[in-house]
Ligand binder design. Structure first.
Ligand code: K1U
Ligand code: ZN
Length: 170
């Protein structure tokens, strides 16, 4: 197993669109295991393959307190969005920044497991928020894209200042 590098905004590779997994082979299982290890190491509750520069439609989640209920979703697709709710989100690719985002309250979605089983399910609450957030990553979208232009500008300036202090060149 390996801990992978998580890309940080404004890295352009976060804008790549992930491609559907054709067959669930040992390579896909290895990627999923490494993603889970990376998510736990970064203290996240979710991670999309795009965030570790892998352009495949794979997401991992674990919303449990004990961090012992891993979920691996291959080719996740949302089939129904209902209602709206606002909640505070964070992102491992936008460290130390949290903001409120409006999303669907209830979703129906399907995905394949690593055993190649098709699961059709639905959810609300944090799982629904997380699945929407992670599928956005697979489409090259970040939660900060939903913020007002003023908030985005402020965040960009904050990040540029941090990068200058760290001596990074863009
Ligand atoms: O995709 C990611 O960057 C992971 C992200 C998932 C997420 C958390 C909260 C709302 C939507 C999506 C995180 O794990 S951020 C860090 C975190 O553990 C967390 C942040 C806010 C609430 C709960 C957990
Ligand atoms: Zn994220």
């Amino acid at each position: 197993m390996a801990i992978l590098e998580v890309l940080h905004f404004p890295d352009n590779r976060l804008r790549n669109k992930a491609i559907a997994v054709e067959s669930i082979c040992s390579e896909i299982k290895e990627i999923a295991k490494n993603m889970l290890e990376t998510m736990y190491a970064e203290s996240g509750i979710g991670l999309a393959a795009t965030q570790v520069n892998i352009a495949k439609r794979i997401i991992v989640l674990d919303l449990s307190e004990e961090k012992n209920e891993p979920l691996i979703l291959v080719n996740p697709v949302i089939t129904k969005l209902e209602g709206t709710e606002t909640s505070r989100e964070g992102c491992l690719s936008v460290p130390d920044y949290y903001d409120t985002v409006e999303r669907a309250e209830h979703i129906e979605f399907n995905y394949k497991t690593l055993d190649n089983q098709l699961v059709k399910t639905d959810s609300d609450g944090l799982l629904a928020i997380c699945v929407q957030h992670e599928i956005d990553h697979l489409d090259g979208k970040l939660f900060i894209d939903y913020l007002s232009p003023l908030k985005r500008q402020r965040l960009k300036k904050k990040i540029e200042k941090q990068e200058k202090q760290e001596g990074k060149v863009l």
